[in-house]
Design a protein around this ligand. Structure first.
Ligand code: TYC
Length: 104
């Protein structure tokens, strides 16, 4: 953009640097517990994270073995909605399954 100072001198400002960063992404993780049935966890991963049965089973077993496992990476509002839907479904079914999100 060009403007003039008090003497009429044209001042040309350098173009503003583009400072916008891409929006942060969030991992959605399932946490292990001793009570939620394996079959229920597999069904949850298939339903909310669009995985086939085989992939869902692998993720479930990883959570069972390592304590936690990643189901997907999403923008903040989508990750947050998935966490809420999973927790609501698990509580309605009477299971203590935990689902969390963290910045990727
Ligand atoms: N540990 C559970 C069991 O033995 C299975 C399980 C897997 C629970 C993954 C939660 O996120 C989980 N029934």
């Amino acid at each position: 953009m060009a403007t003039k100072d008090e003497n009429g001198t044209v001042i040309v400002r350098k173009e503003q640097k583009q400072k916008l960063k891409p929006p942060p992404m969030y991992q959605v993780l399932l946490l292990n517990d001793d009570y939620t049935p394996m079959e229920f966890v597999v069904a949850i991963i298939q339903e909310y994270f669009n995985k086939d049965r085989e992939t869902a089973t692998q993720i479930m077993l990883m959570v069972h073995r390592d304590g936690k496992g990643m189901c997907g990476v999403y923008p903040k509002d989508i990750a947050s909605t998935k966490v809420e839907l999973v927790l609501t479904h698990a509580r309605k079914a009477g299971h203590p399954l935990q689902c969390v999100m963290e910045e990727a």
